[in-house]
Design a protein around this ligand. Structure first.
Ligand SMILES: Cc1cc2nc3c(=O)[nH]c(=O)nc-3n(C[C@H](O)[C@H](O)[C@H](O)COP(=O)(O)O)c2cc1C
Length: 187
């Protein structure tokens, strides 16, 4: 499958990207075609108008639209900020609509504390439903992110290692089921 991993943290000294790149590598190892859409490297302005309505859509939005459109399934990674998901991720998501429609979306939350971004994940899951996507019921919560990876960027937290595998298994299962159905309907 073709999978897009959208990383919704651009903070100086950010940590959330680590789990995004880790999941991408895991999916690569399983022979999926993975594209990381890291908002820290994408110059996406604050939304003035959506794809399809903006008279002069920013190039970054046009490129992202194509990347999301061609993805079979998507993973969203967000830090928890003030009890919700990041503003930069919401701004990016608001550009798009059809790009998400009937796609399987896995949600990943990150926090420095013990709760793994549960509030961010709950609220982001609600948005995922509102954009007409299929939210993977198993969400990945990554607590205590500052100690979760070592200096070589290897995931060393046993709990997060196990929960990441469970999350990826569920994500792959649902994504392949929905994509199988789409292919069967198209043929
Ligand atoms: C503006 C801001 C608000 C935050 N609010 C919360 C919060 O509500 N709950 C929480 O568990 N962590 C909160 N944090 C800490 C994040 O969990 C922490 O920054 C973590 O490393 C994940 O985000 P990062 O990708 O920015 O590093 C907040 C951090 C920032 C910068």
């Amino acid at each position: 499958m073709k999978i897009a991993v959208l990383i919704g943290s651009i903070r100086q000294g950010r940590q959330s990207h680590k789990i995004g790149y880790y999941l991408s590598q895991q999916l690569n190892d399983k022979h999926h075609e993975v594209e990381v859409l890291d908002l820290a490297t994408i110059s996406l302005p604050m939304l003035e108008e959506r794809v399809g309505k903006h008279p002069q859509l920013p190039d970054a939005a046009l490129k992202m639209s194509h990347q999301l459109h061609t993805a079979d399934a998507i993973i969203l990674v967000t830090p928890e900020y003030h009890g919700s998901f990041s503003g930069v991720l919401k701004n990016a998501m608001d550009y798009f609509s059809a790009e998400f429609h009937k796609k399987v979306i896995g949600v990943v939350g990150v926090s420095a504390g013990k709760f793994g971004g549960i509030n961010a994940v709950q609220q982001l899951s609600q948005v995922v439903i509102n954009i007409g996507a299929y939210c993977v019921p198993t969400r990945l919560l990554v607590p205590e992110i500052y100690g979760a990876f070592n200096e070589k960027q290897e995931l060393v937290n046993e709990h997060t290692l196990r929960s990441s595998q469970k999350f990826l298994d569920e994500f792959e299962w649902l994504a392949s089921a929905i994509n199988g159905k789409k292919m069967a309907t198209a043929s």
